[in-house]
Design a protein around this ligand. Sequence first.
Ligand code: ADP
Ligand code: MG
Length: 620
Amino acid sequence: MAEAPATETFGFQAEVKQLLRLMVHSLYSDREIFLRELISNASDANDRLRFESLQQPELLDDAASLEILIEIDAEARTITVADTGIGMSREEIIEQLGTIAHSGTGRFLENLTGDQKKDSQLIGQFGVGFYSAFIVANEVTVVSRRADLPADAAVAWISSGEGEYSVGPAGKERPGTRVTLKLKDDAAEFLDEHRIRSLIRKYSDHVGFPIRLKTPDKDAEQVNRARALWTRPRGEIKNEEYLEFYRHVTHDFAEPLTFSHNKVEGKREYTSLLYVPSVAPMDLWNREAPRGIKLYVQRVFITDHAAEFLPLYLRFIRGVVDSNDLSLNVSREMLQQDPAIAAMRSALTKRVLDMLERLTDEDPAKYSTFWSQFGPTLKEGLAEDAANREKIAALIRFRTTRSEQEDRSLDAYLADKDASQDRIYYLISESAAAAAASPHLEAFRDRNIEALLLADRIDEWALNYLTEYKGIALKDVSRGELELPDGGKAPEIQAEPDKEQKDLLKRLKRALRDKVEEVRPSPRLRESAACIVLGEQDLGYQMKEMLKAVGQALPETKPSLEINLEHPLIARLAAEGDQDRFAKLAHLVYDQAVLAEGRQLEDPARFVRLLNELLFDAGG
Ligand code: ADP
Ligand code: MG
């Protein structure tokens, strides 16, 4: 057998040092959470061993022996959390307990601002993991033996949490991990058996393994219920237990907005417990980031990130699915192909959408938090999930010309619209403020017709798929010909333009021929001189940006310019005899229309030059 490597000393990664410093100073009032974190790790380790033993049964001869033992020794001033789980090899222990490469703590660090005070507040919102042991201990010893390695391959990891740790050989009869905390002088409360017992009940009752408590003068005694939370009947579970379980699964210490716990029986049998978080993770925008729910098969843990049970646009949902039908040996590939999973996915999708709908009803304030965090993600569903499109559309919220400060739903829009209005109108802009101020909406405001104001990056893409809602077509007001309800086109352009006006349109078209396809009188405008209108099928500005960003060639299309024949600036233009000055004015009118929509000019310097020239002219 190979010689065991000697004891070596290592320095913690800089981030770990930073974390340790923060934790010890700021979590002082919440010190008890260390126990929850250590039990959570022990439970994960047991889960992993049970999972690996599906492939290698020799790793676990008796599943009943998976347990968590907590020992208190008042004389030695130690508390020990021991599991019989997967354990760690020497390399693993250095990697896992010396750097931050893992879930909960990693999420915490991503959110750090560098401002000591803010960061201290943040720390309470995350599962801070193993290092929380140093809040109460001045020395932590971890002895671990990986389940597939012999007794003399066990390792001992020791640190006082200051800057270094050492790793050396150890002997350990049973596979698994023992974490021993030498408590600080002021942490003696954690030597009290009653205190520990109540902490276990409070934080870890739902852990699916027996947690036994032992003191030097008493035999070990089981403290928790040892029944996975989701297997218990709903009526028997307290709200606080659901919340604690959420923290356990997600490491998210902000309360979820809502959850739904269901047991399906019959042809397929499975239980789901799904939560809607109240805060979006940093990487929510990233469609490739690991996601998904925790999958169990017949109560055996299979994976943390089963992405197959919900569509991508619901990737923010967290929780657990426990299936009785799937094979314990289920692999990634099988998950992707199994028709049973496709059926579960569609049922779970409905369940989530129903849960959100219930929330809109029961707690609009919470729904509005949901919307602010996950709205754009949910909108992806309009494109991705044709079968549920109408359900999703009902959940979408909008600012509108009638409600610029508060969100409205499509149903509210329909309920308030005039019977003669047979379209749902909307406008997409760079920002809600730009949408609200856009010249495109002047006629709408004038006639008190409500329009939705959209400004999310994905709105154009998503709205492309929502052509109608409850039988009413949606119409982008910045595209194509516009016919407003109550009597067709706006009165002032009903008549054919007269000869003078026709002339003006022609001169403008000539002056702006590189920029616009057509110049025509506008039914849209009241106060503004002009606006730019896209063709019904043209790519919009958001899609163009998106395609440009990925290096795609863009089709060459030109918009139309619509002008307000009543506007003094247009009258001034019509009266301009000088060809050169006319062209300059025409370009200014065009640029103004671009700016009024809140968009960028292609050549701002030229705009400024033109404007100054004309200003000096006017003054001179
Ligand atoms: P997290 O649990 O979020 O991954 P922790 O800081 O709690 O973060 O733990 C860090 C890592 O250390 C775990 O991901 C795991 O790989 C390892 N670890 C901690 N405790 C144990 C244990 N009792 N048995 C096996 N591995 C453990
Ligand atoms: Mg942990």
